[in-house]
Design a protein around this ligand. Structure first.
Ligand code: SF4
Length: 219
């Protein structure tokens, strides 16, 4: 797609981001979280498992896992070896099993077995960083939050909305140009755009629906 150079003159404007999000919504209708879950706890567990693992692989593992462990108390009293057996194919399974058990013990002890709904409480759980907390708060609690993963960071940098590599700084840069009500949707749109078109090694700029507003192709 030939660029009109619409990036020039308004590199970090809300208007440019608005046009990009409109185009991505048209290109990726129904973009949503790829992890399967039914409850906030299931989403928390699935998101922990997704670190350095594909969502597809996590979705293959979680049906049996969620059938075996139904509540935080079940994980809290789980044997590490048994839990590892369920999640072995997700990679880093030893540390993930340890973190899941430790997090659920904290959830039982401090939150009555319910997943807390604030960033402060969630990110205080073992193995739960800001990205995981944002995924849970946005998708299980409906809060306007944008989790920054490798796709979101790469696409945001190429589009010219941030120069940072640090996810927390990228998140803040994106909040400056995205209306609150579009934050959660933006997370999914940028992830799916990164998977479908703006690939890590060689982005398919010639077939990109937002090339006209992209820094990479517009300068
Ligand atoms: S695919 Fe190319 S034009 Fe599209 S957002 Fe990525 S770098 Fe920009």
């Amino acid at each position: 797609m030939a660029s009109t150079g619409a990036y020039n003159g308004h590199p970090k404007s809300k208007e440019r981001m608005g046009k990009i999000l409109d185009a991505l919504e048209a290109d990726l209708p129904g973009a949503r979280i790829a992890l399967d879950f039914g409850t906030p706890l299931e989403l928390l567990i699935a998101t922990i498992l997704s670190a350095q693992c594909t969502d597809k692989r996590v979705n293959m593992v979680t049906p049996a896992l969620f059938a075996r462990y139904r509540g935080a108390a079940d994980y809290a009293s789980a044997s590490e070896a048994e839990l590892e057996g369920y999640i072995r194919t997700c990679g880093l399974y030893r540390s993930k099993a340890r973190n899941i058990i430790a997090a659920c013990r904290r959830i039982v002890a401090e939150h009555g077995g319910e997943i807390p709904g604030t960033m402060e409480e969630l990110s205080a759980l073992p193995g739960v960083g800001r990205k995981t907390a944002n995924v849970v708060l946005a998708n299980a609690f409906g809060q306007p939050r944008l989790a920054v993963d490798t796709h979101v960071g790469r696409v945001a940098r190429r589009l010219g909305f941030t120069t940072h590599g640090d996810p927390d700084k990228i998140e803040l840069d994106l909040y400056k140009v995205i209306p609150v009500e579009r934050r959660s949707a933006t997370h999914h749109l940028l992830i799916w755009h990164g998977r479908k078109t703006c690939h890590a090694r060689i982005p398919a700029c010639g077939a990109c629906p937002v090339a006209d507003w992209c820094k990479k192709s517009g300068v």
